[in-house]
Write a protein that binds this ligand. Structure first.
Ligand code: IPE
Ligand code: IPE
Ligand code: MG
Length: 246
Protein backbone atom coordinates (compact mmCIF):
# COMPACT_ATOMS: atom_id res chain seq x y z
CA UNK A 1 0.00 0.00 0.00
CA UNK A 2 1.30 3.48 -0.85
CA UNK A 3 2.13 5.85 2.01
CA UNK A 4 -0.66 8.19 0.91
CA UNK A 5 -3.25 5.41 1.05
CA UNK A 6 -1.77 4.20 4.32
CA UNK A 7 -2.67 7.47 6.04
CA UNK A 8 -6.17 7.72 4.63
CA UNK A 9 -8.76 6.87 7.27
CA UNK A 10 -12.37 7.59 8.07
CA UNK A 11 -14.93 4.94 7.37
CA UNK A 12 -13.69 1.33 7.20
CA UNK A 13 -14.31 -0.35 3.86
CA UNK A 14 -14.56 -3.74 5.57
CA UNK A 15 -15.65 -4.49 9.14
CA UNK A 16 -15.17 -7.97 10.66
CA UNK A 17 -17.03 -8.91 13.84
CA UNK A 18 -16.73 -11.69 16.41
CA UNK A 19 -20.25 -11.70 17.82
CA UNK A 20 -19.51 -13.04 21.30
CA UNK A 21 -21.49 -13.11 24.52
CA UNK A 22 -24.84 -14.66 23.59
CA UNK A 23 -24.55 -17.41 26.21
CA UNK A 24 -23.69 -15.00 29.02
CA UNK A 25 -26.49 -12.65 27.94
CA UNK A 26 -28.94 -15.55 28.43
CA UNK A 27 -27.35 -16.80 31.66
CA UNK A 28 -27.68 -13.34 33.23
CA UNK A 29 -31.39 -13.56 32.59
CA UNK A 30 -31.59 -17.15 33.83
CA UNK A 31 -32.54 -18.20 30.29
CA UNK A 32 -31.21 -21.19 28.34
CA UNK A 33 -28.23 -20.40 26.09
CA UNK A 34 -30.17 -20.93 22.88
CA UNK A 35 -32.36 -17.93 23.71
CA UNK A 36 -29.17 -15.89 23.88
CA UNK A 37 -28.38 -17.02 20.33
CA UNK A 38 -31.89 -15.98 19.28
CA UNK A 39 -31.37 -12.52 20.77
CA UNK A 40 -27.99 -12.46 19.03
CA UNK A 41 -29.55 -13.24 15.66
CA UNK A 42 -31.88 -10.26 16.12
CA UNK A 43 -28.92 -8.00 16.89
CA UNK A 44 -27.30 -8.86 13.56
CA UNK A 45 -29.88 -6.79 11.72
CA UNK A 46 -28.91 -3.47 13.36
CA UNK A 47 -25.23 -3.94 12.52
CA UNK A 48 -25.93 -4.99 8.92
CA UNK A 49 -28.23 -2.02 8.39
CA UNK A 50 -25.93 0.35 10.26
CA UNK A 51 -22.91 -0.64 8.18
CA UNK A 52 -24.82 -0.49 4.87
CA UNK A 53 -26.35 2.88 5.73
CA UNK A 54 -22.94 4.37 6.49
CA UNK A 55 -21.43 3.09 3.25
CA UNK A 56 -19.29 0.19 4.52
CA UNK A 57 -18.54 -2.08 1.53
CA UNK A 58 -18.15 -5.40 3.32
CA UNK A 59 -19.16 -6.81 6.69
CA UNK A 60 -17.96 -10.21 7.88
CA UNK A 61 -19.65 -11.76 10.90
CA UNK A 62 -18.42 -14.82 12.79
CA UNK A 63 -21.48 -16.97 13.45
CA UNK A 64 -19.96 -20.40 14.19
CA UNK A 65 -16.33 -21.46 14.44
CA UNK A 66 -14.56 -24.72 13.58
CA UNK A 67 -14.12 -25.18 17.33
CA UNK A 68 -17.80 -24.54 18.10
CA UNK A 69 -18.49 -28.03 16.67
CA UNK A 70 -17.19 -29.28 20.04
CA UNK A 71 -20.05 -27.63 21.96
CA UNK A 72 -22.85 -29.78 23.40
CA UNK A 73 -24.87 -31.38 20.58
CA UNK A 74 -28.07 -29.76 21.83
CA UNK A 75 -26.59 -26.26 21.44
CA UNK A 76 -25.22 -27.08 17.96
CA UNK A 77 -28.60 -28.40 16.83
CA UNK A 78 -30.36 -25.27 18.10
CA UNK A 79 -27.82 -23.05 16.36
CA UNK A 80 -28.19 -24.87 13.04
CA UNK A 81 -32.00 -24.56 13.32
CA UNK A 82 -31.57 -20.87 14.04
CA UNK A 83 -29.37 -20.42 10.95
CA UNK A 84 -32.02 -22.04 8.75
CA UNK A 85 -34.76 -19.92 10.33
CA UNK A 86 -32.74 -16.72 10.05
CA UNK A 87 -31.98 -17.28 6.37
CA UNK A 88 -35.70 -17.88 5.74
CA UNK A 89 -36.61 -14.74 7.65
CA UNK A 90 -33.92 -12.29 6.59
CA UNK A 91 -32.96 -12.94 2.97
CA UNK A 92 -35.94 -11.06 1.45
CA UNK A 93 -35.08 -7.96 3.43
CA UNK A 94 -31.35 -8.24 2.71
CA UNK A 95 -32.11 -8.60 -0.98
CA UNK A 96 -34.44 -5.58 -0.93
CA UNK A 97 -31.67 -3.59 0.73
CA UNK A 98 -29.18 -4.44 -2.01
CA UNK A 99 -27.03 -6.68 0.15
CA UNK A 100 -25.08 -9.55 -1.34
CA UNK A 101 -24.81 -12.51 1.03
CA UNK A 102 -21.86 -14.89 0.96
CA UNK A 103 -21.01 -17.69 3.38
CA UNK A 104 -17.44 -18.60 4.21
CA UNK A 105 -16.24 -21.70 6.03
CA UNK A 106 -16.24 -25.46 5.74
CA UNK A 107 -19.82 -25.76 4.50
CA UNK A 108 -19.29 -29.47 3.74
CA UNK A 109 -19.86 -30.08 7.46
CA UNK A 110 -23.37 -28.57 7.37
CA UNK A 111 -26.44 -30.67 6.88
CA UNK A 112 -27.89 -30.65 3.39
CA UNK A 113 -31.00 -28.58 4.23
CA UNK A 114 -28.90 -25.70 5.53
CA UNK A 115 -26.34 -25.99 2.72
CA UNK A 116 -29.15 -25.75 0.16
CA UNK A 117 -30.59 -22.61 1.82
CA UNK A 118 -27.12 -21.06 1.83
CA UNK A 119 -26.65 -21.75 -1.88
CA UNK A 120 -30.08 -20.29 -2.66
CA UNK A 121 -29.46 -17.15 -0.57
CA UNK A 122 -26.09 -16.61 -2.25
CA UNK A 123 -27.39 -16.99 -5.78
CA UNK A 124 -30.47 -14.86 -5.14
CA UNK A 125 -28.41 -11.92 -3.83
CA UNK A 126 -25.35 -12.40 -6.07
CA UNK A 127 -25.89 -9.29 -8.20
CA UNK A 128 -26.44 -6.89 -5.27
CA UNK A 129 -23.83 -4.19 -4.93
CA UNK A 130 -24.61 -1.99 -1.94
CA UNK A 131 -22.70 -4.10 0.59
CA UNK A 132 -21.46 -7.68 0.86
CA UNK A 133 -22.30 -9.56 4.03
CA UNK A 134 -19.93 -12.47 4.60
CA UNK A 135 -21.25 -14.93 7.17
CA UNK A 136 -18.56 -17.18 8.63
CA UNK A 137 -20.07 -20.54 9.55
CA UNK A 138 -17.98 -23.61 10.41
CA UNK A 139 -15.08 -21.25 9.78
CA UNK A 140 -11.57 -21.33 11.21
CA UNK A 141 -8.66 -19.13 10.21
CA UNK A 142 -6.27 -22.09 10.30
CA UNK A 143 -8.65 -24.19 8.20
CA UNK A 144 -8.83 -21.35 5.64
CA UNK A 145 -5.03 -21.13 5.38
CA UNK A 146 -4.55 -24.91 5.17
CA UNK A 147 -7.21 -25.15 2.42
CA UNK A 148 -5.43 -22.44 0.45
CA UNK A 149 -2.10 -24.23 0.84
CA UNK A 150 -3.67 -27.52 -0.23
CA UNK A 151 -5.16 -26.00 -3.39
CA UNK A 152 -1.87 -24.37 -4.36
CA UNK A 153 0.03 -27.60 -3.67
CA UNK A 154 -2.37 -29.51 -5.92
CA UNK A 155 -1.80 -26.99 -8.74
CA UNK A 156 1.96 -27.18 -8.22
CA UNK A 157 1.91 -30.97 -8.44
CA UNK A 158 0.16 -30.87 -11.81
CA UNK A 159 2.69 -28.29 -13.03
CA UNK A 160 0.06 -25.57 -13.46
CA UNK A 161 2.06 -23.26 -11.20
CA UNK A 162 5.68 -23.25 -10.03
CA UNK A 163 6.28 -23.19 -6.25
CA UNK A 164 8.35 -20.02 -6.67
CA UNK A 165 5.33 -18.30 -8.29
CA UNK A 166 3.46 -18.52 -4.97
CA UNK A 167 3.49 -15.06 -3.42
CA UNK A 168 1.25 -13.25 -0.94
CA UNK A 169 -1.17 -12.11 -3.66
CA UNK A 170 -1.61 -15.57 -5.15
CA UNK A 171 -2.00 -17.08 -1.68
CA UNK A 172 -4.60 -14.48 -0.66
CA UNK A 173 -6.52 -15.31 -3.86
CA UNK A 174 -7.11 -18.83 -2.52
CA UNK A 175 -8.56 -17.67 0.80
CA UNK A 176 -12.26 -17.53 1.57
CA UNK A 177 -12.32 -13.72 1.42
CA UNK A 178 -10.45 -13.56 -1.91
CA UNK A 179 -11.28 -10.34 -3.73
CA UNK A 180 -12.71 -8.53 -0.69
CA UNK A 181 -10.83 -5.58 0.76
CA UNK A 182 -8.79 -6.42 3.89
CA UNK A 183 -10.83 -5.91 7.08
CA UNK A 184 -9.93 -2.40 8.26
CA UNK A 185 -11.77 -2.71 11.55
CA UNK A 186 -12.14 -5.82 13.71
CA UNK A 187 -14.75 -5.76 16.48
CA UNK A 188 -15.11 -8.34 19.23
CA UNK A 189 -17.97 -8.01 21.68
CA UNK A 190 -18.31 -9.93 24.94
CA UNK A 191 -15.23 -8.79 26.80
CA UNK A 192 -12.58 -11.26 25.60
CA UNK A 193 -9.45 -9.87 23.92
CA UNK A 194 -8.62 -12.69 21.53
CA UNK A 195 -8.98 -13.66 17.89
CA UNK A 196 -10.34 -17.21 18.52
CA UNK A 197 -9.17 -18.52 15.12
CA UNK A 198 -11.11 -15.93 13.10
CA UNK A 199 -9.52 -14.40 9.98
CA UNK A 200 -5.87 -15.07 10.84
CA UNK A 201 -4.37 -13.99 7.52
CA UNK A 202 -6.72 -11.10 6.79
CA UNK A 203 -6.48 -9.39 10.19
CA UNK A 204 -2.74 -8.74 9.79
CA UNK A 205 -3.20 -4.96 9.75
CA UNK A 206 -6.76 -4.49 11.01
CA UNK A 207 -7.49 -2.08 13.81
CA UNK A 208 -8.62 -4.21 16.75
CA UNK A 209 -11.56 -3.07 18.86
CA UNK A 210 -12.73 -5.02 21.90
CA UNK A 211 -15.78 -4.08 23.94
CA UNK A 212 -17.54 -5.57 26.95
CA UNK A 213 -21.02 -5.25 25.43
CA UNK A 214 -22.56 -8.69 25.01
CA UNK A 215 -23.49 -9.30 21.37
CA UNK A 216 -27.32 -9.21 21.82
CA UNK A 217 -26.91 -5.69 23.29
CA UNK A 218 -24.68 -4.41 20.46
CA UNK A 219 -26.80 -1.68 18.87
CA UNK A 220 -26.27 1.26 16.52
CA UNK A 221 -24.73 3.38 19.28
CA UNK A 222 -22.26 0.60 20.05
CA UNK A 223 -21.39 0.37 16.35
CA UNK A 224 -20.88 4.12 16.31
CA UNK A 225 -18.43 3.86 19.21
CA UNK A 226 -16.43 1.24 17.29
CA UNK A 227 -16.41 3.40 14.16
CA UNK A 228 -15.26 6.42 16.19
CA UNK A 229 -12.42 4.33 17.62
CA UNK A 230 -11.47 3.39 14.07
CA UNK A 231 -11.58 6.99 12.82
CA UNK A 232 -9.22 8.04 15.62
CA UNK A 233 -6.43 5.61 14.64
CA UNK A 234 -3.39 6.40 12.54
CA UNK A 235 -2.71 3.40 10.35
CA UNK A 236 1.01 3.21 9.76
CA UNK A 237 1.39 -0.17 8.02
CA UNK A 238 5.00 -0.26 9.18
CA UNK A 239 5.84 3.28 8.11
CA UNK A 240 6.84 6.16 10.35
CA UNK A 241 4.16 8.47 11.68
CA UNK A 242 5.38 11.24 9.38
CA UNK A 243 5.14 9.00 6.31
CA UNK A 244 1.72 7.62 7.25
CA UNK A 245 0.08 10.98 7.93
CA UNK A 246 1.56 12.76 4.93
C1 IPE B 1 -21.19 -16.35 20.48
O1 IPE B 1 -21.73 -16.39 21.75
C2 IPE B 1 -21.97 -17.22 19.50
C3 IPE B 1 -21.30 -18.48 19.15
C4 IPE B 1 -20.07 -18.79 19.48
C5 IPE B 1 -22.06 -19.44 18.37
P1 IPE B 1 -21.30 -17.50 22.80
O2 IPE B 1 -22.22 -18.66 22.69
O3 IPE B 1 -19.86 -17.82 22.68
O4 IPE B 1 -21.57 -16.73 24.16
P2 IPE B 1 -20.71 -16.79 25.49
O5 IPE B 1 -19.30 -16.42 25.12
O6 IPE B 1 -20.81 -18.19 26.01
O7 IPE B 1 -21.35 -15.79 26.37
C1 IPE C 1 -15.82 -17.09 18.81
O1 IPE C 1 -16.47 -17.14 20.03
C2 IPE C 1 -16.66 -17.70 17.75
C3 IPE C 1 -17.90 -17.02 17.41
C4 IPE C 1 -18.34 -15.90 17.92
C5 IPE C 1 -18.68 -17.65 16.38
P1 IPE C 1 -16.19 -18.31 21.09
O2 IPE C 1 -17.05 -18.02 22.26
O3 IPE C 1 -16.34 -19.63 20.44
O4 IPE C 1 -14.65 -18.07 21.44
P2 IPE C 1 -13.81 -18.48 22.73
O5 IPE C 1 -14.14 -19.91 23.01
O6 IPE C 1 -14.26 -17.59 23.83
O7 IPE C 1 -12.39 -18.24 22.35
MG1 MG D 1 -18.19 -17.08 23.54
Amino acid sequence: MSPAAAGAIGLPRHVAVIMDGNGRWAQRRALPRHLGHRAGAKAVRATVEGCARRGVEALTIFAFSSENWQRPQEEITRLMELFVESIDKEVDELHRNGIRVRFIGDLSRLRTGLAAKIAAAESRTAANQRMTLFIAVSYGGRWDIVEAARRLAARAVTGEIKPEAIDEALFADQLQLAGAPEPDLFIRTGGESRISNFLLWNLAYSELYFCDTLWPDFDDAALDAALRFYASRVRRFGLTDAQATR
